[in-house]
Design a protein around this ligand. Structure first.
Ligand SMILES: Nc1nc2c(c(=O)[nH]1)N[C@H]1C(S)=C(S)[C@@H](COP(=O)(O)O)O[C@H]1N2
Ligand SMILES: [Mo]
Length: 347
């Protein structure tokens, strides 16, 4: 993100042949998925019985990740499908599963878009624990299983706009961030929330790479009222299945009205605090990446205009350049959070 200009994006990542191939693969997998579904082969039977195909989107059968433990399958056995209306749904075409899972930013696994899918462990990390620290009544180290036990999983289809001026439409599975926060009972001093990603030099080649300028762990944060907004979401899956490692397994943040870099992946620590936390990209280049990082077509990044975006996948025949919307189109839900703030200064 810091290093790559749009002109540096490898053409192999966007050639029409690749896009065509991945499209075709997706369609083929889609038909396999239907057979697999009928045979009950691709997901635990409970999933099929209870959802009955009611989810808006399913991962292609051949690309689905196996259930790591019975509790995960149990959790995924009842997922509330996305409604047919905004803001938890968009009428736009979904970005194909193949693109969502093979065009990624996850610098812990490398800086190229293909690195995270190539370098990350394809099996679901389990067990996984998350440290809850700071201004809360119930600090501690919790198993993900226990954090997920009381929450209801739902599907949400959100636009995701990267600061690099590309965007996708992704069907996530997860639960409101507010439902996680309430479990730990923040104190009245908790004005901000801070997140950290796993750092594992043995499995994450990016964290020992001499090209990475990031001061690991990757960190992100939100103001508490932003975190409590109903749109802020903790994702544990996409396309009806467990989150692939390259997308931030087992649990990552989604803040659809902000640039993608706020959506921190593979979270191992959540800290509640009184003061605004430091965040990875802001630390690296404060004039390029703000703390707020609200999608804003009027405030440009020095290397990327922000009034347009490329909706992936692009093809030779359709370049998919569309206008970027203020707050990524979620202004009705979130604009009030920034009343009286100068968005050009607080970018
Ligand atoms: N830990 C961590 N989280 C991260 C990143 C990263 O490099 N490391 N990249 C961010 C950026 S720039 C974007 S656009 C999104 C991409 O999410 P996706 O690969 O699931 O589409 O993840 C964000 N979360
Ligand atoms: Mo991004």
């Amino acid at each position: 993100m810091l290093i790559k200009k749009p002109s540096d994006i490898k053409t192999s990542e966007i050639t029409p042949e690749n896009v065509y191939k991945s499209r075709r693969e997706f369609m083929l997998d889609g038909s396999k998925l239907m057979l697999g579904t009928m045979a009950g082969a691709s997901l635990p039977a409970t999933v099929l019985a209870q959802n009955g195909g009611a989810l808006k989107a399913r991962a292609p059968a051949s690309m689905q990740r196996a259930a790591p433990a019975p509790w995960w399958a149990e959790k995924f056995s009842s997922i509330k499908p996305a409604p047919n209306s905004e803001p938890f749904f968009t009428g736009e075409t979904l970005t194909p599963y193949r693109d969502v899972t093979h065009y990624n930013n996850f610098y812990e696994y490398g800086m190229d878009k293909g690195d995270p899918s190539a370098n990350s462990n394809p099996s679901q990390p389990d067990p996984w624990s998350v440290a809850i620290t700071g201004e809360v009544a119930r600090p501690g180290t919790y198993n993900l299983e226990d954090i997920l036990k009381p929450v209801d999983l739902e599907e949400r289809i959100y636009r995701m706009r990267c600061v690099e001026a590309w965007s996708m439409v992704i069907p996530w599975i997860g639960f409101p961030l507010a439902d996680l926060i309430k479990q730990f009972e923040p104190t009245s001093n908790a004005r901000f929330i801070e997140f950290e990603t796993l750092v594992d030099p043995d499995t994450m080649p990016g964290v020992t790479s001499r090209f990475a300028m990031v001061n690991w762990p990757y960190r992100e944060g939100l103001r508490m009222d932003e975190a409590m907004n109903p749109l802020a979401f903790m994702a544990v899956g996409l396309y009806g299945n467990y989150l692939p490692s390259q997308n931030g397994a087992p649990m990552r943040l989604i803040v659809p009205w902000k640039y993608g870099f706020k959506g921190i992946k593979s979270i191992v620590r959540i800290n509640f605090r009184e003061t605004q936390p430091n965040t990875t990209w802001n630390d690296l280049q404060a004039n390029e990446y703000g703390f707020y990082a609200n999608v804003n077509p009027a405030v440009h990044h020095p290397r990327w205009r922000q009034d347009m975006e490329r909706r992936l996948p692009q093809t030779l025949f359709s370049r998919q350049h569309i206008e970027t919307q203020l707050f990524n189109g979620y202004g009705e839900q979130v604009a009030h959070l920034y009343n009286g703030m100068d968005l050009a200064r607080n970018f």
